[in-house]
Design a binder for this molecule. Structure first.
Ligand SMILES: [Zn+2]
Length: 255
């Protein structure tokens, strides 16, 4: 390989060039580099111009008063050595990342069993308004039939609008809008009574292999239920009848 035309050439220079010759040579080289876009300061990740207007090589922590000095540096041994070091470091961290990814993949494949079942559609359900004969509290009794249930028993959760996924929020929005439109024909002046999605709660019932269902229940009055989760009371209770495969849930509002 012939090094004699390189900037900062040490090998085969063929005698000592005068300072002037060297300068002319460098200038020519800079022009060549500029013309061929090798000195592309905007796209060189290692060079930046500091607040004094001086070029710095971030890779080698060197400073350069002008572009030709920086170009000389680019051709120099120090910069090449640091480039090579950086390349090796990058390669190492890439391999490290790949390794970690492989470990993660193995963990997720072996440890997490994906649940999948063939959904068989929505269960049959019934919602009845109820009133406690003694306290006269109003409430709701929900019955859901799960004849082909494959889990021990159904589970349910009361959710607010804000806990829903955006997809279900949209579905809820549509439902509420339809409700409001239906009512408008009869008493248009009751516009202030229009339901807002946050005026209702969502009772989500789940039992594989059935699709989840959500029953929209009014939220204007507080539900009369124990403070603790999963606790029942006279007004708030549920029951899974494993013989008839029916699930009952009753809730009452505070009067
Ligand atoms: Zn450098």
């Amino acid at each position: 390989m012939d090094y004699s035309n390189r900037v900062n050439s040490k090998k085969g220079a063929g005698g000592i060039a005068s300072a002037e010759d060297q300068n002319v040579h460098s200038k020519k080289r800079v022009q060549e580099l500029l013309a061929t876009h090798i000195l592309d300061i905007d796209n060189d990740p290692y060079v930046f111009r500091n607040h004094l207007g001086i070029l710095e090589c971030k890779l080698c922590l060197t400073t350069h008063n002008n572009e030709s000095s920086y170009i000389s540096h680019l051709g120099g041994r120090k910069h090449h050595l640091n480039l090579e070091r950086r390349r090796i470091l990058d390669e190492k961290s890439r391999q490290q990342q790949e390794y970690q990814q492989r470990v993660q993949d193995q963990v997720s494949i072996s440890n997490v069993e994906k649940r999948h079942w063939k959904k068989i559609g929505k269960p049959e359900y019934k919602v009845v308004k109820v009133r406690d004969p003694k306290t006269l509290q109003l409430g709701i009794l929900i019955t859901v039939k799960y004849p082909n249930i494959s889990v021990d028993e159904p589970f349910f959760r009361l959710m607010s609008y804000f806990e829903l996924t955006s997809k279900n929020q949209n579905a809820s929005m549509k439902f509420v809008q339809n409700q409001n439109q239906d009512g408008d024909d009869e008493d248009a002046e009751d516009a202030e009574d229009d339901l807002e999605p946050s005026d209702v709660q969502y009772l989500v019932l789940s039992a594989e292999p059935y699709d989840n269902i959500a029953i929209i229940i009014p939220n204007k009055n507080e539900i009369d239920k124990p403070q603790e989760e999963d606790k029942m009371s006279d007004t708030y209770w549920w029951f899974w009848d494993n013989d008839t495969k029916e699930f009952f849930l009753q809730l009452m509002y505070k009067s």
